[in-house]
Ligand binder design. Structure first.
Ligand SMILES: NC(=O)c1ccc[n+]([C@@H]2O[C@H](COP(=O)([O-])OP(=O)(O)OC[C@H]3O[C@@H](n4cnc5c(N)ncnc54)[C@H](OP(=O)(O)O)[C@@H]3O)[C@@H](O)[C@H]2O)c1
Length: 282
């Protein structure tokens, strides 16, 4: 079995599995992590301006020798970059940092600030060919406002999602727009309690896989995009090796019982507003 793709609401096909680089220092570490992933066949990197490692991602892309169209790059705008006439220049700076002439998927990182005007500029960037697909991240209270004002409906929404918090309601809500869900903290940010849940241990034995592989396979079968972060080459190999087995409907139903509403990160509107005053370096 080979890796799977999700078809977005604009017809583009995105590799469903990727590498997330949140908290990976820019430079050598980001370059090495991306190059390791590329060597295994991973073709999707999830970064953000706020992670301050877009340069490393761009450098890895260049060093890999892969053609630009072989790799999917997602990045995210920070609220200090939101605004009509402000967001387009911010996108140009992203392109420079990533050493590319287009971004595959560009997200609004947070639901605060002038997100409506930022979206207008993102729509312009799509028309200009600087961005292929646009989406949102962490939108909750302001989701309906964004949807009502968006001419191009979001291709993706990236949110905290794992078996403790499977985002079933949001998935249903977004189906109308063909918006796919992307899972952040897919293995609970590495939480041993989640990883060692007895149901995962049982299924790992059944399929000859690891507990983490069972969790990642659950995301794939839910139809979510998943990009666990790792800088450990062994973990990277393990995480990507999830396309040669399938969880049964009964297994999926058993995992569904873990849904307890637990979130690792409570991002209230007030907290997002506080974040938004921090300005990432160019
Ligand atoms: N939009 C947003 O606001 C937002 C927020 C958070 C995250 N994200 C995105 O989602 C990505 C994933 O989230 P995350 O990095 O925070 O959490 P995560 O992927 O759930 O967990 C990462 C942790 O798990 C460990 N790990 C990875 N593979 C493992 C394995 N096979 N066995 C055991 N441990 C393993 C990693 O350590 P090692 O490096 O040692 O393997 C790391 O400590 C981020 O990198 C980022 O791209 C987006």
């Amino acid at each position: 079995m080979t890796q799977t793709y999700l078809t977005l609401n604009n017809g583009l096909k995105m590799p469903q599995f990727g590498l997330g680089v949140y908290l990976v220092p820019d430079g050598k570490e980001t370059i090495e992590a991306c190059l390791n992933a590329f060597k295994l066949g991973v073709r999707h990197i999830d970064t953000a301006h706020a992670y301050q490692n877009e340069r490393g991602v761009g450098e890895a892309l260049k060093q890999s020798g892969l053609k630009r169209e072989e790799v999917w790059i997602t990045t995210k705008l920070w609220p200090t970059e939101y605004g009509e006439g402000k967001t387009l220049p911010a996108i140009d700076k992203m392109l420079e940092r990533l050493q590319t002439d287009y971004i595959d998927l560009l997200l609004l990182h947070q639901q605060v600030g002038d997100y409506i005007d930022a979206w207008k500029d993102m729509e312009k960037a799509v028309k200009l060919g600087k961005v292929k697909s646009i989406g949102i991240s962490n939108f909750k209270e302001n989701l309906e406002d964004l949807l009502a004002n968006a001419t191009i409906k979001p291709a993706a929404i990236q949110v905290e999602c794992h078996p403790y918090f499977p985002q079933n309601e949001l998935k249903k809500r977004m189906a109308e727009f063909g918006t796919i869900l992307e899972s952040w903290y897919p293995i609970g940010h590495g939480d041993p309690k989640l990883i060692n849940e007895p149901v995962f241990t049982k299924l790992a034995q059944k399929y000859g896989k690891t507990n983490v592989q069972i969790i990642l396979r659950w995301h794939i079968q839910k139809g979510y995009s998943v990009f666990p972060k790792t800088t450990n080459p062994d973990h990277m190999r393990e995480n990507f090796d999830i396309f040669d087995f399938e969880l049964s409907a009964e297994d999926m139903a058993e995992i569904a019982k873990l849904n307890n509403g637990k979130r690792y990160f409570t991002d209230t509107l007030e907290q997002q507003q506080r974040f938004a005053s921090w300005k990432p370096e160019d």
